[in-house]
Design a protein around this ligand. Structure first.
Ligand code: ADP
Length: 263
């Protein structure tokens, strides 16, 4: 708390007093800490690939460039880490856009059936699923209409499918389902992957929170995918949650208000 006091005097003979203004700094302090942590995290996330890229360039300069095999390996390293930086910048931009704009401001809200963003997200993820030897199974028991920014919801579903692919073993199945429940369209992305230990579950939607840092980075993760999912759902007055059992798999559930709920 911050307190400011001013002495009040109406006239020579009338009562005087003190005006105390009490400011609640909790929110402001929280926001400041949040901003500071975010900048520190972003700097760290940028520095890591930059260090690798500089190291690779130095090694090439020191002679590796004249050995075709080594040269190719270091070029690949430079390419991979540049892509990582690119993904990071894109995710940071998406997140800041989501935070800065209010509902309806600059968003293209249109009524569509919930299967529309699901189909596009599945199409976009299909090549990665094939490469990982995984099957994507889509089941829509109902196809309610929702008022959404289609691109944003597509991105949220795609982030979940990509995560499911990254954390599943080969020949596994990722199931994407849609149903209607209590006036909400419910989208689920379920995998039979490694699962998430219970103590990490409450934090996975936080920016840059990773259960296994090395694994996430190796898979090209920015650590922002689920934070984006959460923000997209908040913007739509919806929600995002996760249930998971280690060794059995994870289910991420998105809920969006239905335009015209069934009577
Ligand atoms: P990342 O870019 O690291 O994937 P996310 O925000 O998308 O970042 O996810 C945060 C963390 O949550 C991941 O690093 C991973 O540890 C965990 N996670 C997300 N989805 C899954 C999943 N389907 N199975 C297991 N762990 C997951």
């Amino acid at each position: 708390l911050r307190v400011r006091g001013t002495r009040l005097k109406w006239s020579e003979d009338k009562a005087s007093g003190i005006l105390l203004v009490i400011y609640d700094m909790t929110q402001l302090r929280k926001l400041e800490n949040f901003r500071r942590d975010f900048v520190a995290n972003v700097s760290h996330e940028i520095k890591t690939p930059l260090t690798v890229i500089r190291g690779a360039v130095e090694t090439l300069r020191d002679g590796a460039i004249h050995e075709p095999e080594s040269a190719e390996r270091f070029m690949q390293i430079i390419e991979m880490h540049s892509e990582r930086l690119n993904a990071l910048v894109q995710d940071i931009l998406s997140l800041s856009q989501l935070e800065c704009r209010a509902v309806g401001d600059g968003y293209n809200m249109v009524p569509v059936n919930v299967s529309t963003p699901i189909s596009t997200a599945v199409e976009l993820a299909q090549a990665r699923a094939d490469a990982a030897g995984l099957k994507l199974v889509v089941e829509t028991s109902a196809d309610p209409e929702v008022l959404i920014d289609v691109q944003l919801v597509e991105q949220a579903i795609l982030n979940l499918i990509d995560n499911a692919i990254k954390h599943s073993g080969e020949k596994s199945e990722v199931r994407i389902t849609a149903r209607e429940e209590s006036g909400e369209a419910v989208i689920e992305v379920a995998d039979h992957g490694c699962g998430i230990p219970a103590e990490h579950l409450p934090r996975v939607f936080e920016r840059f929170y990773r259960v296994d840092k090395a694994r996430s980075r190796k898979a090209g993760g920015t650590g922002l995918g689920l934070a984006i999912v959460k923000h997209v759902m908040q913007l739509h007055h919806g929600s995002a949650e996760v249930h998971s059992t280690v060794g059995q798999g994870s289910t991420f559930t998105l809920r969006l208000p239905v335009c015209r709920p069934k009577a």
